[in-house]
Design a protein around this ligand. Sequence first.
Ligand SMILES: [Zn+2]
Length: 223
Amino acid sequence: MDTAADLLFLNEEVALRINPFSEGEYLVIQTYPQEKNLKVSKRSFDYEIAKKYCELEGLGHDYATFELRIIRDHKLWTVNNSGYPRTISQQQDWKVSPEYLEAIDDNDNHGEIIICFCSYPYFHGVTAQTSGSGEVVECWHCVTCLVDDHEREIHSCPNCEISLVDELDDDSDDFYEQITQPAVCIGCANYHGQEYAEELLICAIHPYGWDGVSCPDFTVNNN
Ligand SMILES: [Zn+2]
């Protein structure tokens, strides 16, 4: 007999979240805006169906971007024009360890989960440390918070390697600019990076930025 839990799988929304991904499965994921959990809009083993869905999803949303990925070796990969894995995806199905999710809900804890521009979540919070003179001092640290890799102090993003250290020294706009400027835009004359009504405009040619290792419109900044 079916249990209530079995019936849940008949609901596509629920099944999307619960069923583990399979080798060779295509996923249409939301790559912007970023969320703490991987946002999957469609799963299919058929490349054409997934590609079509991705295109329609893109047309249907003005303020969100969607991209196609494929599962290989339990990881997400970008897809080439023939539907085969191309490069490892910056977005992965990151699993945040429950203790960090509890920590951000607990008012006694000072800390937050920050999502790197590349999609990687890490925890920025206070830890108590004993100084040389025996005094207990509170320090802000960036630590990893994934189920399979947590409590490791980090100074750069383990996924895209952007530096996170400046944030500890000062809260200047430089840090904000650094974390929001995609690596692919560094040194490009077209990079804009200003916020309008809380929407970040990356550049006039690609308002949401370019997802890839080299942008076709990259122009060397001679300043
Ligand atoms: Zn990153």
